[in-house]
Design a protein around this ligand. Structure first.
Ligand code: CMC
Length: 369
């Protein structure tokens, strides 16, 4: 029997939320091209589309913005909890614990079924938790949310204490939208599995955060920046990349389980990055590394169809807007929270507990019946 690994090709759920077509390089959010949503709509509009199935009208958008703004306030239980966690704990572990600790705003424990208000609250809270923890870990005072800023701009404001340049907020918005949803990826599957046991929304998102933390999933972007910094110049790129591949290593930001052609998110983010930093040496280096890596991957791994994935230009964008590398994966997490929560809400409507089987390959008893 063929080795059973990684659930490749297995259909785990039906979904109306997003389509990932890896052969054609298509990503669709509820009937819209994700790359178009990312440049033509706001974060709040895209989140509304994923949660509620349609773009909001003016009134719905206004009210959603109001609710998200109100939810940015950290509940009183969180600052002491966040301060008590060791400074050395990675932000992803802090986020996982913080989300697992949440109760309803009135202090009652959360319960199944999940509610849209929990999806909105988590989406608003995640950036606020990241910013609080980041500033405290650097010995800085936390910054209160800004009532007039939208989601992405407020995140940057709460991190830095300064109103961000509109171009930075726009680039971050495009990245956050393209990071929101991606079919049955490992962390979304985790969220749905946890929710399928009738566990609550916060438990489901906390499980998803633990899954997102791994370098094969959400942990790649900071490694992309480390790679680009280590390569340093165009001249060093080929030798550096070859050395990794000669040793059987992986190039971060390349390859994907589903996309066997260009990842449409990488394509869209390359354009956004170019608009932001087109004439800088760092963008030219990133482009050169991308082209060289694709050529070398075809040489060392012929036929595997390895191309740039979303993480490569995500890293370039986050670096261009001066987000510290330690916040790349948490920021991806803040984006994907929209998709996770949309899937948890959808799962509740069709729920049956996930319970696959395994093939036993261990020894059988030799004594008795
Ligand atoms: N560099 C070098 N070789 C690679 C890479 C890479 N980035 N990706 C895949 N391969 C090779 C792999 O060694 C294997 O070769 P062989 O056939 O000789 O054993 C072949 O390609 C197939 O790889 P796989 O591990 O079976 O593929 P997978 O579908 O299990 O893995 C992946 C997908 C994303 C984990 C993998 O491509 C990878 O490790 N990429 C680097 C990490 C990365 O950039 N992760 C972010 C993914 S995008 C965010 C998201 O959507 O979650």
């Amino acid at each position: 029997m063929a080795k059973v690994t990684g659930l490749e090709g297995v259909v785990a759920a039906e979904t109306d939320i997003g389509l990932v077509d890896g052969e054609r390089g298509h990503l669709i959010y509820r009937g819209y091209w994700a790359k178009d949503v990312a440049v033509h709509f706001s974060f709040e509009e895209a989140a509304h589309l994923l949660w509620y199935g349609e773009l909001p009208d003016e009134g719905e958008l206004f009210r959603l913005k109001e609710r998200l703004q109100a939810y940015r306030e950290l509940p009183a239980s969180l600052p002491p909890l966040l301060d008590a966690m060791p400074k050395s704990l990675p932000t992803m572990s802090v986020l996982q614990a913080a989300v697992a600790s949440l109760t309803e705003p009135d202090g009652t424990p959360a319960a199944w079924p999940p509610a849209p208000s929990q999806a909105e609250r988590l989406t608003a809270l995640l950036p606020a938790i990241i910013a609080y923890r980041y500033r405290r870990s650097k010995g800085l005072d936390p910054v209160q949310p800004h009532p007039e800023l939208d989601h992405a701009a407020n995140y940057l404001y709460m991190l830095t204490g300064t109103i961000p340049e509109p171009a930075h907020a726009k680039a971050l918005t495009a990245y956050l939208i393209l990071g929101m949803e991606h079919g049955m990826n490992a962390s979304t599957f985790s969220a749905r599995v946890t929710s399928s046991t009738q566990s609550d929304m916060y438990a489901a998102v906390s499980a998803a955060i633990g899954t997102m933390k791994g370098p094969l999933h959400g942990g790649a972007p900071s490694e992309v920046i480390a790679m680009l910094e280590d390569i340093g110049t165009v001249e060093r790129a080929e030798g550096w990349l070859r050395a990794v591949l000669e040793q059987g290593g992986r190039l971060m930001g390349f390859g994907h389980r589903i996309y066997k052609t260009k990842d449409p998110r990488a394509e869209a983010l390359r354009t956004v990055t170019e608009k932001l930093t087109g004439d800088t040496d760092s963008f030219k280096l990133a482009l050169h590394v991308e082209q060289t890596a694709i050529r070398l991957l075809e040489e060392y791994k012929p036929g595997r169809r390895l191309y740039t994935n979303v993480e490569f230009f995500a890293a370039a964008i986050m670096s261009a807007i001066q987000l510290p590398a330690e916040l790349f994966t948490p920021t991806f997490t803040a984006a994907r929270t929209v998709g996770w929560t949309a899937h948890v809400l959808e799962q509740a409507g069709v729920n049956r507990i996930f319970r696959p089987q395994s093939v036993y390959t261990g020894p059988m008893p030799t004594l008795g019946d």
